[in-house]
Design a protein around this ligand. Sequence first.
Ligand code: TMP
Length: 244
Amino acid sequence: MINMAVPEKKEMMYEGKAKQVYATEDSSRVIVYFKDDATAFNGKKKSQISGKGEINNTLSSILYTYLEEKGIKTHFLRQLSTREMLVHAVDIIPLEVIVRNIAAGSMARNLGVKEGTVFKKPILEYSFKKDELGDPMVSEDHIIALEWASQEQIDFIRRTALKINELLKEIMLKAGLRLVDFKLEFGMRKNEMLLADEISPDTCRLWDVETGEVMDKDRFRKDLGQVAEHYQEVLKRVKKALSV
Ligand code: TMP
């Protein structure tokens, strides 16, 4: 039976740049609290975006629910409040899994590819999640040699990330948004791999289909202004696209 009792929020177990994780009375479940803090360039640029935590929690909850309906296993259990969600406790695999459909950000910069170039097929990239090292890009061979994940786990991550890309692209398009690229994280719950972390304008690049307007965290990174307003607009459009 699904346990719908309100979980008791206990001690903070972990604090990241945008979220906090709290223990509950059940060691297999934790509460994620979404902050308004925003950072970029590996924490060098720091600010607060008023209302961001609420938007990202709500949007992530909606998108996880949608992905679950489409057969993707996620850590999400339910949204508890405007800024909190209840999730399965997982051991995070220390990888940022990045899917790119269109050239932007570090890829455009590092490889000299013109921003906006559309790829024939999506590009999958991995970074080692390690702030002190600036999250360096790694290959599948690094991941296996350093035992962050097995070949079988990487195959699963690849398949799942590409499936999520198709599902997100479709829903974003319905919302009048081009899914340029995004970042995923996965974690292990016993022997099962689950999608974890968040899916929000902090972790995706989204461009308006008609005008090309930037609707994501690049507004913060590049000082384009009205960050929360654009995040709110993304939430509004995705809600409408999913009829929720
Ligand atoms: P990048 O072009 O800066 O490498 O970013 C690729 C995607 O990953 C983009 O959608 C933003 C997201 N991202 C994160 O979610 N967290 C990060 O720390 C970074 C650098 C990027």
